[in-house]
Design a protein around this ligand. Structure first.
Ligand code: FES
Length: 114
């Protein structure tokens, strides 16, 4: 099997209400992951080319909901289901990053120190 062209990891970690770190999936329903799956499928993008996987905590909780796209290693924060069309059309299909959602390098892996 060929490698995936894009591999999208969507944090679906859930924490209890009131947790100081918050979480990316407060409802527990993984709506964001489902939106990626449905919208990729609706565009006819095969799962052996672009894969959207549930992920556990990606350690960017404070700027989540968090999504990372490989092999580009582009991290998106504050992602909602309403952003999924833009991420797919611009980045996954078009190769143009969605700058407004990118977690800056200065924040990435540094969120617990904020
Ligand atoms: S809970 Fe999503 S990055 Fe930690």
């Amino acid at each position: 099997m060929a490698k995936f062209e894009k591999h999208i990891f969507i944090c679906t970690n859930q924490r209890p209400d009131g947790n100081p770190r918050s979480c990316c999936n407060p409802s527990g329903n993984a709506e964001l992951h489902r939106a990626f799956k449905e919208k990729l499928s609706a565009r006819g993008i095969p799962g052996d080319k672009v894969r959207a996987n549930k992920a556990g905590c990606l350690e960017q909780c404070e700027v989540g909901p968090t999504v990372v796209v490989y092999p580009d290693a582009v991290w998106y924060g504050g992602v909602t289901p309403a952003d999924v069309d833009e991420i797919i059309d611009s980045h996954i299909v078009g190769g143009r990053l969605v700058e407004r959602l990118i977690i800056p390098d200065s924040v990435l892996n540094n969120t617990q120190k904020k």
